[in-house]
Design a binder for this molecule. Structure first.
Ligand code: GLY
Length: 261
């Protein structure tokens, strides 16, 4: 039940380090924006420009493609031949053009402590000021040392509205396994998000939970069984997976899921 978080923090490569400082060296739980940056500076955390040349080009390409009725003009096929832009199109496709880069990691230590962290670069090309679920305790991460830990990746807004990770941990407290608690919570998010549907009436988003309980039982659970991306010019299905490391070694496992593509 100790926690620390930072949000809307720019120029810091590892914001989870700053979140940990908030937890260990303040009596506060959440710092954001300029104040969080000042706090990081005060602790000597290095600042750097995180905008790579590749990201700058991809942003410009997206901006130019958005509309034929604004002032930004597309530069056509020539631009798509740029290796950085090709890399992006091949990795993420052009339909699902706004990936997120979130990671959650939970652990049960040898001495029996439960710990977790969730960190993200956020949603590509978001509205300025948009904060996702990752730093919101109870949504992107929740750890109760007596019960279990849960974190999430995917559509932050749906998860914030339902306090998803807190819900998963509470369901485990009531006796559910990590997998059942995660799938039940995903079902609740889907039922609570009836305005976010594709043309076939199915959920128009992905959400994943990663869960471990006090006994070391764990699960990753996904709303969708996987996603289609453009790889090497052809559509390729990638199953939803999560990583585990224990005495048996490190491995990827396919996630149980609620819905099949
Ligand atoms: N789950 C990450 C985000 O919504 O930004």
């Amino acid at each position: 039940m100790k926690s620390g978080a930072v949000g809307a923090l720019e120029r810091i490569k590892n914001p989870s380090r700053v979140a940990r400082l908030v937890m260990d060296q303040t009596n506060r739980a959440f710092l954001v924006g300029e104040g969080a940056l000042k706090f990081a500076r005060a602790h000597g955390v290095p600042e750097q420009n995180l905008l790579t040349e590749r990201s700058r080009k991809i942003w410009l390409y997206w901006k130019e493609k958005l509309s034929g009725r604004d002032d930004w003009m597309e530069r056509g096929e020539e631009e798509q031949k740029d290796p950085d832009i090709r890399w992006y199109i091949e990795k993420f496709g052009v339909e699902d053009f706004r990936p997120q880069g979130t990671i959650n990691c939970n652990a049960l230590t040898a001495s029996g402590d439960l710990v977790g962290t969730t960190t993200t670069s956020g949603l590509f090309f978001k509205l300025p000021g948009r904060l996702g679920d990752s730093p919101v305790i109870g949504a992107g991460l929740y750890v109760d040392g007596e019960v279990g830990a849960c974190g999430s990746t995917g559509w932050g807004e749906g998860n914030i509205r339902l306090c998803g990770s807190h819900t998963v941990v509470e369901l485990m407290r009531q006796g559910k396994s990590p997998q059942d608690a995660a799938l039940a919570t995903l079902e609740r998010v889907v039922n609570a998000s009836k305005y976010y549907r594709d043309k076939n009436g199915r959920p128009d988003f992905q959400l994943n939970y990663y869960v471990i309980n006090k006994k070391g039982e764990y699960a990753g659970a996904a709303l969708w069984n996987g996603s289609y991306g453009l790889a090497g010019g052809s559509k390729k299905f990638t199953p939803s997976r999560f990583a585990v490391a224990d005495a048996g070694g490190a491995r990827l496992q396919e996630s149980p899921y609620l819905m099949k593509r």
